[in-house]
Design a protein around this ligand. Structure first.
Ligand code: THU
Length: 159
């Protein structure tokens, strides 16, 4: 028997000034779009913003439905929109922010397992790993390669 440790490097920022201007704008875009989420059932609004290599920022918010499982998370709304309209454009960075009852979440906004699976595939799609910014009220966690959030992932290599 052999034991392996898998570790991921996460950088914690307590001041936005420590981040680049591009990253600050992306965080702002994620926060802004979170406020437009359609989340009347959970009152948990999530925003995801993607910086594309062509400089464009595309974003998405969670879209809930009275038939609960029919809704979709913000991350997948944003990634599928980008994949539809910019299939060949690599993603440089992604930011995720959330509001609970209209207030920024104290803890960071962490993507659910299904979104991590889609994020992971997106990092392989154009062969460009991208960074992930998880935005909290007073802190931002940065993962240099978003794929790191899903160790031992199932991906195209498994088919
Ligand atoms: N949600 C997201 O948009 N992203 C996640 O990664 C976690 C959860 C949404 C789904 C649902 O509309 C609400 O947050 C509460 O779960």
């Amino acid at each position: 028997m052999e034991t392996q440790n898998i570790s991921i490097k996460i950088s914690k920022y307590t001041s936005l000034e420590e981040l680049s201007k591009e990253e600050r704008l992306l965080i702002e875009a994620a926060r802004e779009i979170a406020g437009k989420a359609y989340a009347p059932y959970s009152r948990f609004q999530v925003g995801a913003a993607l910086l594309l290599e062509n400089g464009e920022v595309v974003s998405g918010s969670n879209q809930e439905n009275a038939a609960y499982p029919s809704g979709l998370c913000a991350e997948r709304v944003a990634l599928f929109w980008a994949g539809t309209h910019y299939p060949d454009t690599p993603i440089k960075a992604m930011a995720i922010a959330a509001l609970k009852n209209g207030e920024p979440v104290a803890r960071i906004a962490a993507p659910c397992g299904a979104c991590r699976q889609v994020i992971s595939e997106s990092t392989h799609r154009n062969n460009t790993p991208f960074s992930l910014l998880l935005v909290g009220k007073n802190e931002v966690l940065k993962v240099a390669n978003a794929n790191d959030l899903l160790p031992l992932s199932f991906g195209p290599q498994d088919l």
